[in-house]
Design a protein around this ligand. Sequence first.
Ligand code: ARG
Length: 260
Amino acid sequence: MKKIFALALACVMVLSLAACGGKSGGDLNTVEAGKLHMSTNAAFPPYEMTTDNGGFEGIDVEVAAAIAEKLGLELVVDDMGFDAALTAVQTGQSDIAMAGITVTDDRLEVMDFSDSYATGVQVVIVKEDSPAVQSIDDLASAAMIGTQKATTGYIYCSDTPENGGYGEDHVIAFDTGALAVMALVNGQVDAVVIDNEPAKSYVAENPGLMILDTEFAVEDYAIGFAKGNTALKDAVNAAMKDLKDDGTFQRIVDKYITAG
Ligand code: ARG
């Protein structure tokens, strides 16, 4: 009797390991045993934002939780500034950085990235009755462009005109996209360059704003890792593939982004 029970128990253990896709949390070296620390900047709807009761929600948060579950780990969200979220993973303070992060050549020099999981588009928000910026061509003559600090929107806009930017003197870096949008509403900047999904949500919340038709830049979002953390990167890529194959990923996206 005892033997049969032991055998059954062994089977259950084997099965639950297999359910983890081969890599269980125990095999992975994480910042804190049994946990997957995600550094993020939870001011970027619908990818990551805070809830009224102090929790976190959004596409990145739910996808990261599903990945963690597959790896047999518990997700811990560490909310900080966007630049800090990138640094945290590079310095081993967090296991993954997930914050609608665009893969760029400069970032690839200091961190590794997962396979891309979404497309981001840098768009331009202006006031509906904006005299200064009617089309993307007018950005060059805009007195001031608002962006979020350390984002690709800031990096592109503050670059020199020879490199397609407008120069640092014409760009203000705010701590969050929401503050950049508030500055637009108050007339402190003439336009805001930011990712399309948060742009949609800011425009929905602030009457009198609109998104220009022309896209400023098209980018890939991916999860960031410390350079050389290949074990975790491979495990996350495998988990993400499972979530895409079984429809979980799309279900999460559809919950936050309605088509059309
Ligand atoms: N995609 C842009 C970038 O990587 C902006 C991301 C900002 N994310 C955030 N959670 N605030 O630079």
